[in-house]
Design a protein around this ligand. Structure first.
Ligand code: SF4
Ligand code: SF4
Length: 373
């Protein structure tokens, strides 16, 4: 009989290091331990989710800096000191602004770890696609994913597998939405890409404060109070999705990653370890509008989205006219007119990049009453 994949869930009520450090240690241990090839000489890349330049106290958009600090301290305790932290956000942000606002600059300063801007790239290939990913990936012996558990308008939930998409450099992330312009197509692409090229060595997930509603950026706080860990990111995401009432094997992104060898998402093949599962099974976070989008027939996705007037809408009162959304839109569907940001419906493919990139959470997905009631 095949050995099951271990996923641990351990309780941590808040981001106090006194709770976090023992919880991270326990989660790692109970999931079977850190990768065997990690040693004191290893060069380690920690890949949190730093989606946009936003403080974790305002919104649960980014991996919490104290969570990242706890992982660094646990690694250092094991003698692993060559640690680098980095991510590539959605949209165009100044690196210093991203690092300061997300709190990661303070962590890097005080814990003496490196910060890397994801700017240099090398190409990887999937079929006939050239995909620019972080060039320095080759310089690391171990890459550990530190995702934030959130709902997602396109992929239902986002965790470690989706976190790998941040290894793609800058604006290229938006470009692939043009080639795969529906939630199903994009989910299959990301799952396949993860399995083929971007598998993490290990993942520790921040699900202390999660995002419910229209994640990954326009949702709101949901306290789960759990940390997940696993050497299999697909199994980890599949298990953690239960926080929002999902069966992981019904999530196309994870199913695609599993199909192409990225990991296991069938719950029957996952062994649950740790003391946090009673909490996980009692949770019921609010899902995103992906529930509506996945009901649109895939081949007619654009037409149905247009007919139902399902489009991003800007709440002008809080808009600072920073233009980050405009730069994030590969379709050039966003424009400034009379000092207001507007969306041209006929050009929009509903990639959600503008919603993900807006640092003020002022772009929301709206749909007609026909679909919502
Ligand atoms: S909606 Fe306004 S605040 Fe948000 S990214 Fe666009 S310009 Fe900036
Ligand atoms: S306006 Fe439409 S196409 Fe442009 S980024 Fe937003 S969702 Fe994507």
């Amino acid at each position: 009989m095949l050995e099951k994949v271990k996923v641990s869930a351990v309780k941590s009520v808040d981001y106090n290091l006194e709770n976090l450090i023992p919880a991270v240690k326990k989660a790692i241990l109970q999931s079977g331990g850190l990768p065997k090839h990690l040693n004191t000489l290893s060069r380690v890349l920690l890949k949190p989710n730093l989606l946009t330049a936003k403080s974790p106290s305002d919104s649960p958009t980014v991996t919490h800096p104290e969570f990242i600090r706890a992982v660094i301290l646990v690694l250092k305790e094991q003698g692993v000191c060559n640690i680098t932290v980095g991510d590539s956000p959605a949209g165009v942000h100044k690196w210093e602004d991203l690092w300061e606002k997300t709190g990661i600059a303070d962590v890097a300063r005080t814990e003496n770890v490196n910060l890397i801007p994801f700017e240099n790239f090398k190409f990887i290939y999937l079929d006939n696609l050239k995909i620019p990913v972080l060039k320095e990936l080759d310089d690391f012996d171990v890459v550990i994913s530190l995702p934030k558990l959130k709902t997602h308008l396109l992929t239902k939930t986002t965790g470690s597998v989706k976190n790998s998409y941040g290894l793609i450099i800058g604006h290229a992330k938006a470009h692939f939405h043009t080639l795969f312009p529906s939630p199903i197509k994009m989910s299959k692409f990301i799952g396949r890409l993860y399995a083929a090229h971007l598998k993490f060595d290990f993942a520790i997930m921040d699900a202390v404060e999660c995002m419910q509603g229209d994640g990954p950026n326009a949702g709101y706080f949901y306290h789960a109070g759990v940390i997940f860990a696993s050497s299999d990111s697909v199994a980890l995401d599949s298990s953690a999705s239960e926080v929002f009432g999902y069966l992981g094997e019904k999530i196309p992104l994870l199913k695609s990653a599993e199909k192409y060898g990225g990991g296991i998402c069938e719950l029957s093949q996952i062994e649950r370890c740790g003391d946090g599962w009673d909490v996980v099974t009692s949770l019921n976070g609010k899902k995103s509008k992906a529930e509506i989008l996945f009901k649109f027939p895939d081949r007619l996705f654009f037409i149905v989205s247009l007919i139902t007037r399902t489009r991003p809408k800007v709440e002008h009162a809080n808009c600072t006219l920073c233009s980050i959304c405009e730069k994030a839109c590969a379709q050039k569907a966003i424009y400034l007119k009379n000092r207001k940001i507007n969306v041209k419906s006929s050009k929009c493919i509903l990639c959600m990049c503008c919603i993900e990139a807006c640092p003020k959470q002022t772009i929301k997905l709206r749909t007609s009453r026909f679909w919502t009631s």
